[in-house]
Design a protein around this ligand. Sequence first.
Ligand code: COA
Length: 259
Amino acid sequence: MEFKTIIYTKDSGIATVQLNRPEVLNAIDEDVLLDLSRAMDDIVKDDDVRVLVVKGNKDAFAAGADIKSFVDYSPRDAHEYIFQVQISMNKLMAIGKPSIASISGYALGGGCEMALACDIRIAADNAVFGLPEINLGIIPGGSGTLRLTRLVGEGKAKELIFLGEIFNAKKALELGVINRLVPLEDLEAETAKLARRLARKPPIALRTAKELIQLSYDVDIHTGLMMEKEKFGYLFSTEDQREGMLAFLEGRKASFQGK
Ligand code: COA
């Protein structure tokens, strides 16, 4: 597959999307959104892909929406752009496989939102986070007002978004914005280790857990428990469930086929 703005690779069940506009700190323009969307479509279709890693380069995960292309936008253009942003973020959420944002350097605005749309965030000690849109006279439009709020709570989200505050990786860990903080030189190896661990887990159970956790924001506890019960029963129809339990009884490591 040909892409203009990302490097898309697949290796041993792990798909990697690397944002690749280093000259503008991986600023996100419409081409990036289209490329991301196409990569997500491929990941959904490819049963061999068990895990997605999204990353940038050493200096930038992504420094947000491409402000240069914003300047002359009409309200309608802005609406269209954010529509595309939300489609790609939703696709990223909906691949049905775990995703890891592996973050070094700037993760600002839409870059921060892209990391928030991944399931697990691992960051290097040079990572810088923030939703600075307010300083441009706008607001986060790629789910930041929702996803940051869900991670850190309303009070902290309001402070960070109202002030457009930039914060470092240590603060991001304290706030719960990231799951893990590692030295920059270890980021690649730690990301790969985490991705390999996830790739060995049973895909159908992972997908089900992911769906239920996402659903938990939108349903009341009784409906959520009902869904959990149904899905729990459903997983006993999978080969992975039989393999997982047999392997436990036989004292060996399970080999999950995603069936
Ligand atoms: N959109 C478009 N171009 C961007 C960009 C963005 N979001 N962020 C960085 N760039 C470009 C810069 O214009 C510059 O290009 P140039 O060399 O042609 O002038 C290049 O990337 C390097 O950025 P620069 O600002 O020189 O680096 P820095 O290290 O001094 O500062 C930042 C880095 C991230 C603090 C600064 O670039 C910045 O504030 N970017 C905007 C962040 C933002 O508001 N994002 C939310 C957008 S909604």
